[in-house]
Design a protein around this ligand. Structure first.
Ligand code: MF3
Ligand code: CO
Ligand code: CO
Length: 264
């Protein structure tokens, strides 16, 4: 994407269309949680997401996006993001981020969560809880008149206080008719920087938080981003709209996510 993609402020009718796409993305993630099992392959997750999306009149936005080959990203353990579904099987103790993007009636809804596969190590559990909290803290900064930099500043402070690091190579993004629009939303940096938030601005917040260092590399498949030190990385993502008074989380879930927000 260009370094400074345009920021498009949405009308109330655009926001309503985006809300519907985001709701479908949220429901898709809930469905994934309901089906998650030790021993399943990430290709099976891809098939579930593909089928569910199509059945609900939408398209999986990642399929063919700049050549991405699958309908969802599945990022296990040291994979930071953009993991490609494969025949790899989930094993007990893994953590896996599933990142769903629907395109419904021309608008993109983008959300992800990290799931626990069976019982996980205390470190993995800590990382996932820190990352979940980073997203919440980021969302708390969203208000008209604030600046995009406030979001990353708050996230970075929480992550570093917990002894974790924040990925710098990938950022949140404006979202709407385009999958990736402006503004870019870093999950680190100084407060009082970046574009001013105004009502109708829509973007994702999607912190990728690492137990070790923030540095990553891209595998030879051209997509899979992994931590250089091969330590664990987790991510949560919501799509939000700036409202007159604060923020609406468009991808908010209607119930807790199994294997992530509740433990079963
Ligand atoms: N859903 C990812 C994001 O949050 C982007 C995936 S693009 C893909 O921005 F090409 F890797 F699928
Ligand atoms: Co995104
Ligand atoms: Co996403």
């Amino acid at each position: 994407m260009p370094r400074k993609p345009p920021i498009r402020i949405k009308s109330p009718s655009d926001v309503e269309l985006l809300r519907r796409s985001c709701r479908l993305a949220a429901e898709t993630l809930l469905m994934v949680g309901d089906h998650l099992r030790i021993g399943m392959t990430t290709l099976e997750i891809d098939e579930l997401v593909h089928k569910y999306t199509i059945e609900h009149g939408a398209l999986p936005a990642t399929l063919g996006y700049h050549g991405f080959p699958k309908s969802v990203c599945t990022s296990i353990n040291e994979v930071v993001c953009h993991g490609i579904p494969s025949r790899r099987r989930l094993k007990e103790g893994d953590i896996i981020n599933v990142d769903v993007t629907c395109k419904l009636d021309g608008f993109h809804g983008d959300t992800s969560a990290t799931f626990f596969v069976g019982a996980v190590s205390p470190e993995a559990r800590k990382l996932v809880e820190v990352t979940r909290r980073c997203l919440e803290i980021g969302i708390e900064q969203v208000r008209p008149g604030g600046r995009i930099g406030d979001i990353g500043h708050a996230i970075e402070r929480h992550a570093t206080q917990a002894g974790c690091s924040v990925v710098r190579d990938f950022v949140g993004h404006g979202v709407g008719r385009d999958f990736h629009e402006g503004p870019q939303v870093p999950h680190f940096g100084d407060t009082d920087r970046g574009p001013r938030m105004v009502p109708g601005m829509t973007f994702t917040i999607e912190p990728m938080i690492n137990l070790g260092g923030w540095e990553l590399e891209i595998l030879k498949d051209g997509w899979t981003a992994v931590t250089i030190d091969r330590m664990l990385s987790a991510q949560f993502e919501h799509t939000v709209v700036v409202t007159g008074t604060g923020c609406e989380v468009l991808t908010e879930r209607s119930r807790p996510l199994r294997h992530s927000e509740v433990f079963d």
